[in-house]
Design a binder for this molecule. Structure first.
Ligand code: ADP
Ligand code: MG
Length: 522
């Protein structure tokens, strides 16, 4: 029977099932040669070399956390070690479009990269899984680890590196929390990679700590590099609510004229607004005065959103959008990011303006805000997503009362035929969506289809501690934005300090504060 065995694959299996699989994973080759050969770059950018060296030499697998600005070149931090490793590199990424772009560009350059995602057929997934031996990098979404077959196949592979991209999504204190990210700790444990790296553009020291805790790498090597972006010209302006649209348009017109003089005919830029309605209003206003602008927000259908985002990614132009827009976009020539109002956190704002000037050329990042109404609006949005304990108690009391009206005595559950909108108007709670998701997580409500919910008829003891803490943190994050916008110092210096980046000292000479304090404010 022996000749039926494929000896190579048996040997591989024996190797990989050894508990100490880390020791058999090696990184070899000349970094600089690989950089040139596969990536076509002559030199490393700030931070890249030291971080890559640390990853390769992290034999104890303490983990590496890299916080570097958008566009700084974080992908190379896992792509290059992947090419040096004799194992597979798994890259966890939150967006299918992000994965596809990276895989396509790596394959174009002759590297073996692949992805498994929800748009693929079972057959396509099987094909990828059965050819994993030929693959250097596998891109997956965090949700993929829910699939047992996937995890079972992966644990049999020799995993050189486990990279968590957009790692701030793992932290509830980050600005973009994703539940499925919180399961990655277990995934890493089962996969047992030789190295782990987490990457993000925006993480305060507190979020950095949280990321490391969530990924079980408390003693990770931390790098905060390249926060300072010399080509971003930041300017933060207080203006009255009534004047806001005019201020934005005036500044935009000036910029467009200047860019036209510089030969940029159809400038590309983003104007962020806090609400869907405002995005439409500004877009309409711009079109009314002769500038082509589109709008984008979460209220549009999925297909419309994809079309708008793809259209913009391809053709550029002006887009007026809510925070729903922008993650994963990679247009190098975004010449401006304007903000109309406040954001929920400094990180959200920084991530948004970080989308400009990725080509290294100058980009203007202007913010216009009116303190009181904009703060109130943000508080309203915060309340929508962070219900208070009393909001929840009040709603639950109302819902039980409503449900009891229509049940037989002794029943344990009942079905309520109301949409969230109807619940909202009947209960008087405006943040029903987030209350319902709180109750769903506690199995007190489950969705049965559009406008139908199964409700548990009981009166539980709620634990609001985590909810209260999150709410407090979010309020603090909002207050920090206001403090920052009103601060009296160099904007870049403030941001670098905020992220604990000690590599930038002094002032940027490009922001509104620096220019004002040179006496030549434009
Ligand atoms: P991030 O993930 O930090 O936002 P990316 O990894 O997407 O940034 O890189 C941004 C751009 O910088 C990409 O076009 C990439 O090819 C380029 N890049 C990365 N490293 C280098 C380098 N050492 N030299 C030149 N270009 C680089
Ligand atoms: Mg990236």
């Amino acid at each position: 029977m022996l000749d039926l065995f494929d000896f190579d694959s048996v040997a591989d299996e024996v190797d990989q099932s050894t508990p100490d699989s880390k020791s058999i994973c090696q990184f070899s080759g000349d970094k600089n040669e690989i950089l040139k050969k596969y990536f076509g770059f002559d030199s490393f950018r700030l931070g890249q070399q030291e971080i890559i060296d640390t990853i390769i030499n992290d034999e104890e697998c303490k983990g590496v956390l890299a916080v570097m600005a958008t566009g700084a070149g974080k992908s190379l931090l896992f792509q290059l070690p992947a090419m040096m490793s004799n194992g597979l590199t798994i890259v966890v990424s939150p967006l299918i479009s992000l994965m596809k772009d990276q895989v396509d560009s790596m394959v174009d350059k002759g590297m073996e990269a692949c992805t498994i995602n929800s748009t693929m057929t079972e057959k396509q997934v099987d094909d990828v899984m059965s050819n994993l031996g030929d693959c250097k990098l596998l891109y997956v979404s965090p949700e993929r680890f829910k699939n047992e077959d996937f995890v079972n196949s992966i644990v049999r592979q020799r995993i050189g590196l486990f990279a968590v991209d957009e790692a701030h999504c793992i932290s509830q204190w980050g600005h973009d929390f994703r539940l499925s990210y919180s399961k990655l700790k277990e995934a890493i444990k089962s996969v047992s990679p030789a190295r782990v790296v987490a990457l993000t553009a925006t993480a305060t020291p507190e979020v950095q700590e949280d990321i490391c805790r969530q990924l079980n790498m408390e003693n990770a090597h931390k790098f905060v590099r390249g926060t300072y972006r010399s080509n971003l010209k930041i300017s933060i302006n207080q203006c009255s609510e009534d004047n806001k649209i005019r201020s934005v348009t005036n500044r935009l017109e000036k910029l467009i004229y200047k860019l036209r003089d510089d030969g940029v005919k159809n400038p590309t830029g983003i104007i962020y607004t806090a609400t869907k309605k405002y995005a439409e209003v500004i877009s309409r206003h711009l079109n009314g005065i002769g500038y082509r602008a589109t709008f984008y927000h979460g209220g549009l259908g999925g297909k419309a959103r994809t079309n708008i985002q793809d259209g913009w990614a391809k053709n550029g132009g002006i887009i007026v959008a809510t925070c729903a827009f922008g993650m994963g976009i990679d247009r190098p020539d975004v010449r401006f990011v304007f903000h109309c109002g406040l954001t929920g956190s400094i990180s959200e704002w920084w991530q948004m303006i970080g989308r400009s000037g990725r080509d290294g050329k100058e980009a203007l990042c202007m913010t216009f805000f009116d303190q009181t109404p904009d703060y109130e609006l943000q508080m309203f949005l915060l309340n929508m997503t962070n219900p208070t304990a009393s909001d929840i108690k009040r709603f639950w009391k109302w819902l039980l009362k409503f449900a009891y009206r229509q049940v037989e005595p002794g029943a344990k559950t009942t079905v309520v035929n109301l949409t969230q909108k109807e619940m909202s108007s009947k209960s008087g709670c405006y943040n029903v969506g987030s209350i319902v998701s709180f109750l769903k997580k506690r199995n007190l409500i489950s969705t049965l289809g559009r406008g139908k919910y199964r409700v548990m008829l009981k009166n539980p003891e709620f634990d609001f501690a985590a909810l209260d803490e999150l709410r407090k943190k979010n309020i603090m994050a909002l207050n920090n934005v206001l403090d920052f916008f009103r601060s009296d110092c160099c904007r870049m210096a403030y941001i670098c300090e905020h992220y604990g980046d000690t590599t930038f000292v002094g002032r940027c000479e490009g922001c509104d504060w620096c220019r004002k304090n040179q006496g030549n404010l434009t």
